[in-house]
Structure formats: structure tokens, C-alpha cells
Ligand binder design. Structure first.
Ligand SMILES: [Ca+2]
Ligand SMILES: [Ca+2]
Ligand SMILES: [Ca+2]
Ligand SMILES: [Ca+2]
Length: 311
């Protein structure tokens, strides 16, 4: 299985936004404020949701041979009586700090509304978390309809390294289950009870002032996703702590939790407190079994694996 080409480091922003050719005479424009762009994007999203519909009727009453593909179109002409996407949309608020995007301005916790539509609920009992490894096929588009990226085959996503709105959007939906996975014999496979959804996010949950091929700065992003399966309690660094529990400040952003302040955030660090003893060894007994709650030898409320004073 291949990994998604859309897996980008959130922190890679910095390099794109600072690109500047000294000879061109181009003056670098300072990035806008998150608090300025967030409400503008929200207005664009609401307008889009109120003026567009998706093929909900096909999903309610599938026509013969329906390919289960989500199609979005404008409410106009012969489609003037369709129900707008807004009627189906739900939203969650995700706080974004300018430091998450590598911006210098010190804004903290600017709320961003992330919209999603659960087109077809997947068969899994729970949703993945934003820290989990998830098998997804997707199409990504701008609100003007430009398709900027797609992968019709399932690919594994490291959600913590995907754009925030994508990871947090997927975390609102359900995947299918592995017992429904059928190999097609050509390297692809189908998952009959996969989940389907539409995610629409303000630029602060996407690339903000950064650009990508076909994605201008400050773009609202829309994804149509098919969620295959996911790895419950994914442990990216295999240190025994589920990655979701390595988001210590619980802000949904995995790169600002770095106990020993080295180059690896906790979810990618096998020695979280940098004391030379592997995290796994600080939380397991002589037989290798994880001890719960995690040991706190000096009883200071900080478990040993996060406390350089104790090993
Ligand atoms: Ca965090
Ligand atoms: Ca670290
Ligand atoms: Ca770790
Ligand atoms: Ca340690």
C-alpha cells in the first residue's frame, strides 16, 4: 500500500511562505491574521453550502449500478429545488494558533469552524482520532470546482501530519471494518461498509498563506473522502503510548508537545523525556507488559516517562 501524496507536514508551511527572490524586486507581503481570514472564509463556506447540493438522492435511493461517487453541483435550473448542502452540514470548532502555521504573529487559539457532511456512515463502531493511521481515498477541490488532488485507490494517511481540517474532519466520521475488505486481485480493494463524507475547511485549517500547485494562498479546501479502515490507538513511534495520548495539551495539534524539546515531538519520540531510558521501558514491567496507570516513582504527578528526574 502506498502512502498518500497529500501527507504534508504542517510545519512545512514556513518554507513555502518565506520563499522570496531577492532579485525580483518582489516585496514579501506579511501574512494576514488568522483572526481576519477565519470569518471571511466562514462566509465563503456558508455561501457555498447554501448554493450547492450533492447527490443525496442517489445515496438515499441508489439507482441501478450507482458508483457511490459524491457529485456536487450548483442549485439552479432543473436543480433549483434541491436541498442545499447546508441542511446536511454539521460543524466543529478547531482552535488554531499562528505558531501552528509557522507564522510569527503571536495569535493564540483563533477558532475555526470546520464543516462536514456524513454522506454514508461507515460500519466501524467508533471514529478514528486525529492522531490515527487511516486508509482513505479522496478528491480535493477548491470552491470554484478546481480539482487539486485526488487518489481513487485507498492510501494510508498519517493524520497528525495531514492538514488540520482533514485530520479533524476525518475524526468526525466513521470508517468501514477490515472484515468487509475484499481484494480485487489487481492490487486494489473494496470495503463495502466504508464511510463517505464531505469536508469543507477554512484556509487556517488548510495551507493558509502557503500555496501548493493549483492551490492559491488563503484557499478554502473541500474534500470528498471515502474512509476504508483505521488503526485504533495508532502508536506512531511504537513507544507503548497511543499517539492520541501524546497530544499532552489536548489541542489537536501534535507538533507542539515536545517534552525534552529536541527535534521530535512526543508522538515521534521513543524517549519522550530525553533521559536516556526508552519510554517503553519506563512504562512496562519486567515481562514487557504496560503498567497502568503509568508509573510515577517520585509521586509528583508527572509520570516517569515524561519526568527526566525518574527512570
Ligand atoms: Ca498538542
Ligand atoms: Ca522530543
Ligand atoms: Ca513518544
Ligand atoms: Ca525516558
Amino acid at each position: 500500500m502506498r502512502y498518500g501524496i497529500f501527507v504534508f507536514l504542517a510545519l512545512a508551511f514556513t518554507f513555502f511562505s518565506c520563499k522570496n527572490d531577492d532579485d525580483s524586486g518582489v516585496v514579501e507581503v506579511p501574512p494576514k491574521l488568522l483572526s481576519e481570514v477565519s470569518p471571511e472564509d466562514d462566509a465563503k463556506i456558508k455561501e457555498f453550502l447554501n448554493t450547492h447540493f450533492y447527490n443525496y438522492e442517489d445515496f438515499e435511493t441508489p439507482p441501478e449500478g450507482f458508483d457511490q461517487k459524491i457529485v456536487i453541483d450548483t442549485i439552479a435550473g432543473e436543480n433549483a429545488d434541491k436541498t442545499p448542502m447546508m441542511e446536511f452540514a454539521q460543524s466543529v470548532t478547531v482552535n488554531v494558533s499562528s505558531s501552528h502555521l509557522g507564522l510569527s504573529a503571536g495569535e493564540e487559539d483563533v477558532p475555526h469552524k470546520l464543516y462536514y457532511i456524513e454522506v454514508k456512515q461507515g460500519g466501524a463502531e467508533k471514529s478514528p482520532t486525529y492522531a490515527d493511521s487511516t486508509l482513505i481515498s479522496y478528491r480535493g477541490a477548491l470552491l470554484n470546482g478546481t480539482l487539486f488532488d485526488q487518489n481513487q485507490d485507498y492510501v494510508w494517511f498519517e493524520l497528525p501530519s495531514s492538514v488540520r481540517g482533514f485530520a479533524n474532519g476525518v475524526a468526525q466520521l466513521r470508517t468501514g471494518t477490515s472484515d468487509q475488505l475484499v481484494e480485487n486481485g489487481d492490487g486494489t480493494f473494496d470495503i463495502a461498509n466504508s464511510g463517505k463524507g464531505i469536508l469543507i475547511m477554512p484556509s487556517g485549517l488548510g495551507y493558509f498563506n502557503g500555496t501548493r500547485e493549483l492551490i492559491p494562498s488563503y484557499s478554502v479546501l473541500l474534500f470528498m473522502v471515502d474512509l476504508g479502515i483505521y488503526v485504533e490507538d495508532t502508536d506512531w513511534d511504537n513507544d507503548g503510548i497511543p499517539s492520541i495520548d501524546e497530544d499532552l495539551n489536548g489541542n489537536g495539534f501534535m507538533f507542539d508537545d515536545n517534552t525534552d524539546e529536541d527535534t521530535s515531538a512526543n508522538f515521534r519520540d521513543i524517549d519522550d523525556d530525553g533521559d536516556g531510558v526508552l519510554t517503553r521501558n519506563e512504562i512496562s514491567d519486567d515481562n514487557g507488559n504496560i503498567i497502568l496507570p503509568y508509573p510515577d516513582t517520585d509521586n509528583d504527578g508527572i509520570p516517569d516517562y515524561l519526568d527526566p528526574d525518574t527512570k
